[in-house]
Design a protein around this ligand. Structure first.
Ligand code: NAP
Length: 460
């Protein structure tokens, strides 16, 4: 048989997950100097992962990454197989038979747990659920969020917490021309929330927002950001962290908090968004639903950049009607693929999957959040996927077992034998065009379909 990677014997790669890291891996493969065929498998009928259903609707610029993914998808070496779940509709073992290599780019679909009493009380939600709901993700379409209370609490001070609190802080007018799902806009229009409390377990020098995201709180139409001046006092370790040139983003964050601390707390804006620090959640309390959160005051200990939060024993209670845990995502395991339970990632070396004895698992690769954990911005995934694909291409000779692989044809045979409806990229483009059309009368970039059946019916 011809050499693997030649026109007669192209490298066949299955990518599991069509988010940014999946598309960047496809791009790196297609741009390589060997012949490849890439099949991206996607659980939903729609591609693009968190760029479609994670990035906040009022951050349309970030969604421009999709334009690049669309270019990649136009390649004749690219194939989308959507509405197919790897692990249930098709086994990883079957993909090993049909393809030379598999890259797992399935992201981090679950959440870290706080591990405190009352965490699962009605009224306490993960940020993932809320983000998925306002972004029209079919998994969260029918969730209900009761916004009839005065006070909302968000635990965590990363960019997801910023998204959730900003969406709660904005007026309908600020959101109605975005691609926010209509059901969410309707609920938010009735929101009675007056106070939003964004709680950090460490100090203002350690918040994980990016400056652009935090700055937006100073530009809201009807909500004022509030920071207490006394909270701006730093211990010497935090002060030295902010002096480091490499820590310029955190310095900007700290300066923004200082600006917020000087704003007039008696502003006539109808909502207030409080940023509070050095407080860790200890318990959520309520009879049949959430009524209050118990927070323990923390102090920091450790060297600069390694400071952790320690409880002081002093607690305060904050009454609230709804709470969102926004403390980071975690991956979920796929049957037959090694998984690091405590990290929520697929164990790997530079993207080569390894088993629990640190042996490389032939054919298996990984990229994106399921490889390195939930960190970085969309573009971070590009370098991550390039690293993985570089390793994969270095292994080319090992990936050739001398047997002819069927690639996508074998997947289609399996799916058809199980009567599983799968969509291709042209099908997605029909859904895409319909969504854009539905958005036009409302002045929205698109009105998303939020049920899988609706999406499938567009392609019939
Ligand atoms: P993140 O940036 O890791 O922030 C998690 C937050 O939760 C931190 O403040 C962390 O505090 C806190 N936390 C963790 N465990 C906790 C616990 N047990 N109790 C209390 N607080 C706890 O995670 P994320 O906000 O989910 O964001 C994930 C990634 O997506 C990040 O890289 C983010 O920048 C990116 N993202 C970017 C954008 C954007 O560019 N616009 C939007 C959304 C998300 P510690 O610091 O003390 O651990």
């Amino acid at each position: 048989m011809s050499t693997l990677g030649s026109e007669q014997n192209p490298l066949l790669v299955a990518i599991v997950g069509s988010g940014p890291s999946g598309f960047y891996a496809a791009e790196a493969l297609i741009k390589s100097d060997i012949a490849v065929k890439v099949d991206i498998l996607e659980r939903l009928p729609s591609p693009f992962g968190l760029v479609r259903s994670g990035v906040a609707p009022d951050h349309q610029k970030l969604k421009q990454a999709i334009k690049l993914y669309e270019k990649i998808a136009e390649s004749s070496d690219f194939n989308l197989i959507a509405n197919v779940t790897v692990g249930s509709d098709i086994d990883v073992k079957e993909l090993c038979e049909s393809h030379h290599a598999i890259i797992f780019t399935c992201g981090a679909e679950s959440d870290r747990k706080l591990g405190i009493p009352g965490e699962d009380l009605k009224g306490s939600y993960t940020a993932t659920e809320f983000v998925g709901w306002y972004n029209g993700h079919p998994d969260y379409r029918d969730r209900e969020f009761d916004l009839s209370h005065d006070v909302a609490v968000i635990i965590g001070q990363g960019n997801v917490a910023a998204d959730v609190s900003r969406i709660l802080s904005k007026t309908v007018d600020e959101l109605k021309h975005t691609d926010i799902a209509q059901h969410a806009l309707d609920t938010l229009a009735e929101s009675k929330i007056k106070e939003i409390h964004v709680i950090g377990r460490r100090g203002p020098a350690q918040a994980k927002f990016t400056p652009k995201e935090l700055r937006e709180f100073g530009e809201l139409a009807d909500c004022i950001p509030i920071v207490l001046e006394q909270d701006m006092l730093l211990n010497s370790e935090s002060a030295s962290e902010l002096e480091e040139k490499s820590n310029v983003a955190n310095k900007k964050i700290y300066d923004l908090f200082c600006e917020f601390s000087k704003l007039d707390i008696n502003s006539n804006k109808s909502r207030k968004c409080f940023f509070s620090f050095l407080m860790g959640p200890r318990e959520l309390i309520g009879k049949s639903r959430l009524e209050k959160v118990v927070l323990e005051k923390n102090s920091l200990s450790g060297e600069p950049f390694k400071q952790s939060a320690r409880g002081t024993g002093e607690t305060v209670e904050l009454e609230c009607g709804i709470l969102f845990r926004s403390i980071g995502y975690r991956g979920i395991p796929i049957e037959g693929v090694p998984f690091h339970e405590s990290w929520g990632t697929i164990p790997n070396e530079k993207g080569r999957v390894i088993d629990n004895k640190n042996n490389v698992v032939p054919q298996y690769y990984t990229a994106g959040w399921i490889k390195r954990g939930p960190s970085g911005i969309i573009g971070t995934n590009r370098a991550c996927s390039v690293e993985t694909v570089t390793c994969l291409l270095e292994d080319l000779a090992k990936l050739d077992d001398g047997r002819k692989k069927q690639g996508a044809a074998a997947i289609f045979t399996t799916l058809e034998s199980k009567n599983i409806r799968h969509l291709n990229y042209d099908d997605w483009k029909k859904i895409d065009a319909e969504e854009i059309e539905r958005g036009k009368p409302k002045g929205k970039p698109r009105e998303k379909y939020t049920y899988i059946d609706e999406m499938l019916s567009v392609t019939e």
